[in-house]
Write a protein that binds this ligand. Sequence first.
Ligand SMILES: Nc1ncnc2c1ncn2[C@@H]1O[C@H](COP(=O)(O)OP(=O)(O)OP(=O)(O)O)[C@@H](O)[C@H]1O
Ligand SMILES: [Mg+2]
Length: 327
Amino acid sequence: MPRPGDGGSPPVDEATGDPPEALADDAVLQVDEIRRASEVDAVLDRLDNELVGLAPVKTRIREIAALLLVDRMRKKFGLSSSRPALHMCLTGSPGTGKTTVGLRMAELLRGLGYLRRGHLVSVTRDDLVGQYIGHTAPKTKEVLKRAMGGVLFIDEAYYLYKEDNERDYGAESIEILLQVMENQRDDLVVILAGYKDRMDDFFRSNPGMSSRIAHHIDFPDYSVDELAAIAGLIAAEHEYVLPEDTVGVLRDYLDKRMQQPRFANARSVRNAIERARLRQANRLVREPGASVTKQQLQALEPADFLASRVFTDHYEPRVGDDADGTA
Ligand SMILES: Nc1ncnc2c1ncn2[C@@H]1O[C@H](COP(=O)(O)OP(=O)(O)OP(=O)(O)O)[C@@H](O)[C@H]1O
Ligand SMILES: [Mg+2]
């Protein structure tokens, strides 16, 4: 969405194109109209429909959305509407939806007119920090340039900082990030993501970073019910169906898988579905002269999950389980 007002032209309201004059003191605004002019409801509804659970996360996002709408209305009256602090930190176990929510956040902020572009640039330490002296600043600046107008998502941000290595170039990258987070906060939202305990350590060593983060959102682990609901969504996304008896087996699978190492919440569910698709395919084409119906092509059967190693008594995850689908 092009934003008049960028590049020196006189400011105009992003959503309505209204001239900047303030409304009369006794004017009354219809909140619904302001909402409609933004895309906030569409994004919030998608968040509700497409993401299972995550109640605390959704609540916080609704609060931020409300704040941004109020800010927009204040602006119409000529009231100070300094943009609220939006940098955030998303913590939680693997596969709890941090990256997914980061993406949605970028859409939401664009829908509210707070980001020019609303894209998400996802990076890790290697994208920001160079190997040699003089390489880090250009790398970090290049990433920041790409992210301007959108969200910079730094996954496993704590790797930027190595406590026991004073000469690590990560510190240089952090310095530059801190400056931009302060000075260009109107045009860039930085989202840090990672495991909670390591992120806490990172903030303890980098108080400057901690103080620039307005929202700390912790993602809870999913219950079996939620994981099963996620499985239904993922299956539907690929136009597969999970019949009732399959859901029962899948719940047993999840019960067991949750207790095992390298369990990665929703990602493990996605991987389990992928493997079930492979087994289903194998099952359907195995017999010479086989015929299939549309229904059979869609249904993942209990057997497609029961064949998993998770159901053997001596399950030992191999290196790469839940990364390359061997479980
Ligand atoms: N609440 C949810 N509802 C539906 N699908 C979800 C939910 N949370 C995560 N997923 C799905 O699970 C997968 C993993 O999610 P995502 O990559 O966002 O997790 P993450 O927290 O960023 O993981 P990591 O810590 O490993 O980076 C994605 O495919 C996403 O679509
Ligand atoms: Mg992630």
